[in-house]
Design a protein around this ligand. Structure first.
Ligand SMILES: *[C@@H]1O[C@H](CO)[C@@H](O)[C@H](O)[C@H]1NC(C)=O
Ligand SMILES: *[C@@H]1O[C@H](CO)[C@@H](O)[C@H](O)[C@H]1NC(C)=O
Ligand SMILES: *[C@@H]1O[C@H](CO)[C@@H](O)[C@H](O)[C@H]1NC(C)=O
Ligand SMILES: *[C@@H]1O[C@H](CO)[C@@H](O)[C@H](O)[C@H]1NC(C)=O
Ligand SMILES: *[C@@H]1O[C@H](CO)[C@@H](O)[C@H](O)[C@H]1NC(C)=O
Ligand SMILES: *[C@@H]1O[C@H](CO)[C@@H](O)[C@H](O)[C@H]1NC(C)=O
Ligand SMILES: *[C@@H]1O[C@H](CO)[C@@H](O)[C@H](O)[C@H]1NC(C)=O
Ligand SMILES: *[C@@H]1O[C@H](CO)[C@@H](O)[C@H](O)[C@H]1NC(C)=O
Length: 749
């Protein structure tokens, strides 16, 4: 119990904000442990009862009502899932947990954990202009946002011109005197698993954090002009599918996103009739059937709903990608060509361009002091003044000055000491900008040394910090440093993340119940804010998926995913090798994705075969699928995980320097023109012996026709990943799949 509880989970939000938030998340975990500690027997093991998810697979049949079934298993039920699948949450001691795990009909029993939450220039940057071709049924598309709720009064969610919700909608609006839905936000519900609310939490689907309004408006917000963060990134804010409807499922609170609530929201969203589920939340990788997001996404897939997930912000460490179930879409984060810079000018005339979002008016010329020269020597104060650590600065020395600090913080200590601004330096990589509590520019360590030299060189050092301005970054798009990387730690032979989308310095709607930073001392309440993270890239991909679905309402989740992946294009990955572990198939191109030519389709049976290859047995799979699926009934070839009909090809091997041959079976479906002929174009870098495609011409007489082919890859694996590609081309469509080969990390086998 201890080890799994220690894994923390929160939003996939920006690295800057993450630094600030992570502390609260860990405290919340400890509180959770305490609040579930009950005084029982003297036995140490049984003293603590923890909240567990008891997952029972497929939707219960009507003969045994789920509630009765759940109650018969245990008395203390916290949450019961029965609309779209079967299971419940309950407080269990270790002994109870072990007993339940052995019961027939139970797929898994695992601790409920707390997960993390992982404009608009971005759509134009993707070649997806405001006047792109739209399907008339776009307004029938419903995107389910599992997040921190929504600020319904935002202009991004104004419902002028919208008709009533689509008829298929079966959800509810948990309205109150303070919260009402409209024809844009057609449904909203909050999930809080029977816990008490903290003082600042709103018992309503209303967003008091900002994250949920941001992601919802990125996916499906109205076209709003002008929008900016206090003048920064000024322009038009818009969602990818601005006519689509939004259904809000509030699952994330001050202490993070609880498994019990995530599962309850999936249970409802699937039954409510949403078309796409967008979920910018995650944790460290877990077994598919002990991971509420993978479980929810599996049942979504069974019901024809694609779940789009953030890949996580734990990059660039290898194997850090989360949300890697093959039936969901895992989205990494890449840059757009708009970047922000904040100028600093010293009294000696020297200027620097740092990173930050400084929304304050340009500062005057102020005296400059080094934090290290302003140590508060009163007993009881902390050392670390050079880093401007909490409670370290001497207010008498710092007041009215710009303070130079050898570390990055939100600025609380600088404000407490009366500073008018701060120069902060970092050894880390700061490639996304975030707002702080006072005028700040973040520079490199080397630049910091020259500033301290200047301070040393004069009796009257001064500095001035300018307002942030944006510039065109011609090196974009590239994968951002923090974006989580492959290889896929659960199934190494399936490449993850699947693709990337813009997730850096994104402007979108914000909550009026918080401020730019959400920190004490900030009074900047704004309708639009700029934040970064795979949390921000995920709703871009969710919108692209909704866009494809608006043209092809009958396509399966796998077909939509294939369309997005095979039309994506590779981008650069600075300083980190193994590019595909950063971007998968590449950056999304929604305009092309609506007409992919061919798709790699897959359904539940394909995933079940893949899971057999992964080592699950028929007993477990039957519970999940609710039918008579059996591993032994699948063909020998079908049981290899790499034979899942996936739109990318990954060969992993435990043996370095050995020659490895791998045979991949694929079937591809014509969704373009008929008749048509596609030719295979293979590219492979040195290290691949051969990549053979048989047959290498596919002839389709009809739309919907399927053709199978075999890709045989032989490679000698070295330290670096080998990278190649297969493109099926009919002269109009290029259906591209990456082919990668690499040595699987030992610890993941
Ligand atoms: C458990 O016992 C301790 C010590 O007797 C007591 O302070 C605490 O309130 C009890 N907790 C609960 C949840 O009953
Ligand atoms: C409703 O909103 C008002 C103003 O925003 C706030 O003061 C009040 O506390 C809210 N009530 C509830 C029940 O959330
Ligand atoms: C929740 O609130 C109720 C009523 O105020 C209180 O009795 C209970 O102790 C609280 N539970 C926790 C875990 O704080
Ligand atoms: C600044 O001066 C202090 C002593 O006053 C010295 O220890 C420090 O190394 C100097 N820093 C730089 C960067 O020159
Ligand atoms: C980026 O490209 C634009 C347009 O091609 C050009 O005007 C600008 O100078 C370039 N900027 C940099 C920093 O290279
Ligand atoms: C299937 O796997 C589960 C979990 O590992 C195990 O408890 C069960 O005995 C297995 N069943 C069979 C038939 O092998
Ligand atoms: C299975 O794979 C083998 C070799 O990889 C191939 O010769 C055979 O045709 C495949 N069988 C089916 C049913 O696809
Ligand atoms: C496809 O190839 C066949 C055989 O080469 C040819 O007869 C046919 O005209 C081609 N069809 C199209 C649409 O190019």
């Amino acid at each position: 119990m201890g080890s799994s509880m220690a894994e923390m989970k929160t939003y996939h939000c920006s690295t800057g904000q993450k630094r600030i938030r992570i502390v609260t998340a860990i405290i919340a975990c400890c509180l959770m442990m305490q609040s579930y500690a009950v005084n029982g027997t003297s036995d140490d093991d049984d003293r603590k009862a923890c909240l567990y998810i008891v997952y029972m697979g497929h939707k219960p049949n009507t003969e045994t009502p789920a509630a009765a079934q759940h109650q018969s298993l245990l008395q203390q039920i916290t949450g019961s899932y029965k609309r779209s699948f079967n299971g419940f949450a309950a407080r269990l001691t270790d002994a109870e947990k072990d007993k339940l795990s052995g019961y027939e009909g139970i797929v898994s029993v695992f601790p409920s954990q707390i997960r993390k939450l992982h404009t608009t220039r971005s759509w134009d940057f993707l070649g997806f202009p405001q006047n792109v071709k739209r399907a008339t049924v776009e307004s029938d598309i419903i995107i389910g946002m599992l997040d921190t709720g929504v600020w319904p009064e935002s202009q991004s969610f104004d419902d002028s011109g919208y008709g009533p919700p689509p008829q298929k909608w079966k959800g509810v609006c948990q309205s109150s005197s303070n919260f009402t839905c409209n024809n844009k936000i057609i449904g909203a519900k909050y999930y809080h698993g029977g816990r008490n609310f903290s003082e600042d939490e709103i018992a309503s689907p209303r967003d008091s954090e900002g994250h949920g309004s941001h992601t919802a408006s990125t996916a499906a917000g109205n076209i709003v002009t002008p929008a900016s963060l206090l003048g920064l990134a000024s322009g038009t804010a818009r969602g990818g599918v601005p006519s689509a409807r939004i259904a809000v499922y509030k699952i994330c609170w001050e202490d993070g996103c609880w498994d019990v609530d995530i599962l309850a929201a999936f249970d409802d969203a699937i039954a409510d009739g949403v078309d796409i589920i967008s979920l910018s939340v995650g944790s460290s990788p877990q077994d598919y059937f002990e991971d509420t997001i993978a479980i929810g996404a599996f049942h979504s897939m069974k019901n024809g709903i694609l779940t789009s997930n953030s890949a996580g912000n734990e990059g660039p460490s290898p194997g850090s990608v989360s949300n890697c179930s093959p039936w969901s879409l895992s989205v990494g984060a890449s840059t757009i060509d708009r970047k922000f810079t904040t100028g600093v000018r010293l009294g000696n005339g020297r200027t620097y361009q740092g990173i930050s979002l400084n929304t304050f008016a340009p500062s005057k010329v102020y005296p400059l002091i080094y934090g290290g020269d302003a140590t508060n020597t009163t007993p009881g104060h902390s050392i670390g003044a050079r880093y401007c650590d909490p409670n370290s600065l001497d207010r008498n020395l710092v007041q009215g000055k710009i303070v130079h600090c050898d570390d990055v913080s939100a600025g609380e200590e600088q404000i407490a000491a009366g500073a008018t601004g701060a120069i902060m330096t970092t050894t880390g990589i700061e490639d996304n900008a975030y707002a702080l509590l006072l005028p700040v520019s973040i520079l490199t360590d080397d630049e910091g040394v020259t500033i301290v030299e200047y301070i040393n060189s004069t009796s009257d050092p001064t500095a001035q910090i300018f307002t942030t301005h944006d510039f065109v970054d011609n090196s974009s798009a590239y994968v951002i440093y923090f974006s989580s990387r492959g290889p896929n730690p659960i199934t190494t032979d399936i490449l993850k993340p699947d693709l990337t989308a813009p997730g850096v310095d994104i402007l979108a709607a914000w909550s009026q119940a918080t401020t730019v930073t959400g920190l004490p001392g900030d009074d900047r309440v704004v309708p639009y804010n700029i934040i970064s993270g795979t949390s921000m890239s995920c709703p871009h991909a969710s919108a692209a998926a909704a866009y494809v679905k608006s043209f092809h309402p009958t396509w399966s989740p796998a077909a939509i995913k294939s369309a997005l992946m095979t039309t994506a294009h590779p981008i650069s990955v600075p300083d980190v090798p193994d590019a595909e572990f950063g971007y998968g198939s590449g950056q999304i191109n929604p305009s092309r994705a609506m007409d992919p030519g061919l798709v790699y389709d897959a359904g539940e049976i394909d995933y079940v075969q893949m899971l057999c290859g992964q080592g699950y047995n028929s007993t477990q799979l039957r519970l999940v699928t609710g039918d008579q699926s059996s591993c032994s009934s699948t063909t020998t070839n079908g049981t290899a995980v790499w034979d899942l009909n996936y739109p990318s090809f990954a060969l992993s091997s435990k043996k370095p320097k050995a020659r490895v041959t791998r045979v991949f079976h694929r079937t591809i479906k014509n969704v373009g023109y008929a008749p048509s002929n596609y030719t295979a174009l293979v590219s492979a870098e040195v290290g691949f012996d051969t990549i053979r495609v048989e047959p290498n011409v596919l002839t389709f007489k009809n739309i919907g026709e399927k053709q199978s082919f075999v890709v045989t890859v032989t490679a000698v694996l070295g330290r670096a990943m080998l990278s190649g590609s297969l493109v099926w081309s009919d002269g109009i469509h290029s259906v591209r799949s990456p082919i990668v080969a690499f040595v699987a990390p030992r610890e993941h086998n």
